[in-house]
Design a protein around this ligand. Structure first.
Ligand SMILES: [Zn+2]
Length: 138
């Protein structure tokens, strides 16, 4: 099989199940760690993550998020949110496409970071623009 220098090619349908499994495993691992640290209450965090996945652009404070924010560290919350959002993209067929330019993110980058939202170029620009991982509130 020839190796090309093309930086990114679109994912094929048969590559998606592996990412679904990887994301599920990441989430399970994260929740297990939280469970270990907090001694329970993970089902609530899980439920809140599902809520977030359905409204990932809405950073307005909801009751679920307020509750979650006292349960989880900000970083854990961001990680769970990233995983849930990636699972949502898998479900709606946009997984592997850069959120900014629509180009394929590329298999190597996704394998290294399955929750990647942008291609490497856009991610770099985004971080320079915002100085943080998440977009500011509108
Ligand atoms: Zn891009």
């Amino acid at each position: 099989m020839p190796i090309t220098t093309t930086p990114a090619t679109p994912l094929t349908a048969d590559q998606l199940p592996a990412f679904a499994e990887q994301l599920q495993a990441l989430k399970a691992e994260l929740l297990a760690r939280v469970r270990q640290q907090r001694g329970g209450e993970v089902s609530r965090a899980d439920a809140a993550a599902e809520v977030r996945a359905q409204s990932q652009d809405d950073w307005a404070q909801t009751d679920a998020e307020r509750e979650l924010s006292v349960t989880l560290e900000e970083r854990e919350l961001a990680d769970i949110n990233d995983i849930a959002a990636a699972q949502q993209r898998l479900a709606d067929g946009s997984f592997g496409e850069c959120a900014d330019c629509g180009a394929p993110i590329g298999l190597p980058r996704l394998q290294a970071n399955p929750v990647a939202l942008r291609c490497i170029g856009c991610q770099t620009q985004h971080e320079q623009r915002t100085g943080q991982a998440h977009a500011p509130r509108p």
